[in-house]
Design a protein around this ligand. Sequence first.
Ligand code: ADP
Length: 275
Amino acid sequence: QGGQAQREIPFSQPGNLTKVFAVASGKGGVGKSSVTVNLAIAMAKQGLRVGVLDADVYGHSVPAMLGVADSRPTQVDDLIMPVPTASGVSVISIGMLKPRRDQVVAWRGPMLDRALVQMLSDVFWGDLDVLLLDLPPGTGDVAISLGQHLPGAEVVVVTTPQEAAAEVAERAGTMASMMHQRVVGVVENMSYLPCPHCTPAGPDHADHRIEIFGSGGGDRVAATLGQRFGYDVPVLGRVPIDISLREGGDVGKPIVESDPTAPAALELTSIADQL
Ligand code: ADP
């Protein structure tokens, strides 16, 4: 607090051209990290220079999903070099700041704030076109810190179709707006399971979708936030439940890379195109 000489955050400097997107959710387990890594890869495939900053204190699952679970950033003088991944994105995770992988990040607000600033300013990101931040779920310290340091970040809210998830997602979106960040859209994840018995879709069962988590969550969050903020908050896409999406994350090869023509991958790619 105060007094310490601190490097400036390049992304908040006037004239900085990097687009910063924070991916937020109300609760955990809705697929926020999966969406983040797949959007990152889809953008890298468009030829963009993409960085991912994993600030999810509870999950920090991004390195594993990108296949660099055991990698550590290297240090050059007082700069930290982000970890390169096979898919061409650079990544830094709050988990990489711990001495040991199995250690718990049990930090209070000021420590989290320092960690976030460090990942934004002491990491040599180079010239990025896009920086994606994977936020912890909810409206906690990291979201507040980010709002203070990067009010220009745009926020993507991830929810499932479920009522309970949508309600908390709205709060995460409202929080972003309180920090003067713009909510650019909502991703509804786990929207439906394409019926495996109707694939390829037969004439009687064309496009039969099993709505495991109900329906309407994405629309509800988008409508509520749009109304609250007075600007249009679109649903950017609806990502189906797909076993290969889960497997891709588990083995460090996200679906946009490993199975790019799967409907879930196409939907994620289309979301990336809109950002
Ligand atoms: P969060 O970051 O919100 O906690 P994760 O991205 O870690 O959520 O996802 C939680 C689990 O659900 C992971 O195992 C992930 O692979 C799986 N998952 C997420 N989205 C989907 C989907 N659309 N289809 C299948 N599995 C998914």
